[in-house]
Design a protein around this ligand. Structure first.
Ligand SMILES: Nc1ncnc2c1ncn2[C@@H]1O[C@H](COP(=O)(O)OP(=O)(O)OP(=O)(O)O)[C@@H](O)[C@H]1O
Ligand SMILES: [Mg+2]
Length: 257
């Protein structure tokens, strides 16, 4: 008698299981270079890398959650955690990290990378706000980069990170960098908004991180971008190398720059 054919694996068995992601958090001052650094890591790390920015979770301007800017300024203060849909971002990160199936990483899912103006608030509507680059050949664990000016101001994100970076700038340099930018709301570009909203938000975020978040690497955002990138990418690659693999002379892979 022949034994019956073994049952076909169900669809869920045929899917590839998600690998254990390493999470890198980049927080810090407005204009400090968080997005610049995150994008460079996204394109250069020698492994599959995904990128999610807190900017995608800034509530649309018409949302009642934004506090008003302090008197006598008109308009909204979008530089507090109340302007960020942190619950949605946390839910997305949890879904991403616990996915049984490898998440989609196609840039088509993330038009936000092309134009900041078009993505503010878009995560509230888009199903998959992640963007990434898959590197099938890499034996290193994949990396999820989280980035945002108030990333460590909400309890979930700092402990979720395997590595934490915080960019700093002097007030004058921060003001200079912002003066070169265009904002979705013109009220956010003025010097009064900077004094009343941007800089106080940064000072309190910095104080919170110093007092309450362990193992943060503080980086001076005035350091040349190449040096910052080198320092951060070396630390990331270090945590990707498991002890066993390191002992066997683990290859670094090619790091694009
Ligand atoms: N290390 C650096 N040295 C000099 N200029 C830099 C450096 N990093 C970034 N910049 C420039 O500073 C500006 C702000 O950079 P970026 O947008 O990356 O900052 P950010 O921290 O993401 O700001 P925000 O929180 O407002 O989104 C850009 O014009 C960028 O080219
Ligand atoms: Mg940015």
């Amino acid at each position: 008698m022949t034994s019956p054919d073994p049952p076909l694996p169900s669809a869920s068995f045929q899917r590839r299981r998600a690998p254990p992601w390493k999470v890198v958090g980049i927080a810090g001052v407005s204009g400090g270079g968080k997005t610049t650094l995150a994008r460079r890591l996204l394109s250069a790390l020698p492994t599959t890398t995904a990128y999610l920015s807190q900017d995608q979770y800034i509530l649309p301007s018409e949302h009642p959650g934004h506090p008003p800017a302090p008197h006598p300024l008109q308009g909204l203060n979008k530089d507090t955690i109340r302007s960020v849909d942190v619950a949605k971002m946390e839910a997305d990160v949890r879904r991403f990290l616990s996915a049984e199936e490898e998440p989609a990483l196609e840039p088509a899912d993330a038009p936000f990378l092309a134009d900041r103006g078009s993505f503010v608030g878009s995560a509230l509507r888009a199903h998959n706000p992640f963007c990434g680059r898959r590197q099938e050949a890499s034996v290193l664990p994949p990396v999820l980069i989280l980035e945002g000016f108030l990333l460590f101001s909400h309890g979930f994100f700092a402990p979720a990170c395997d590595l934490r970076f915080f960019l700093t700038l002097t007030k004058e340099r921060c003001r200079q960098r912002r003066s070169r930018r265009t904002f979705t709301a013109s009220a956010m570009s003025g010097g009064e908004y900077f004094e009343a909203c941007v800089w106080p938000a940064y000072e309190s975020a910095l104080a919170e991180v110093v007092a309450g978040v362990d193992d943060v690497h503080f980086l001076d955002g005035a350091t040349p971008a190449d040096d910052l990138f080198r320092e951060v990418s070396e630390k990331v690659v270090e945590i990707l190398q498991l002890p066993k693999e390191a002992k066997e002379g683990f290859p670094h892979g090619h790091m694009a720059v």
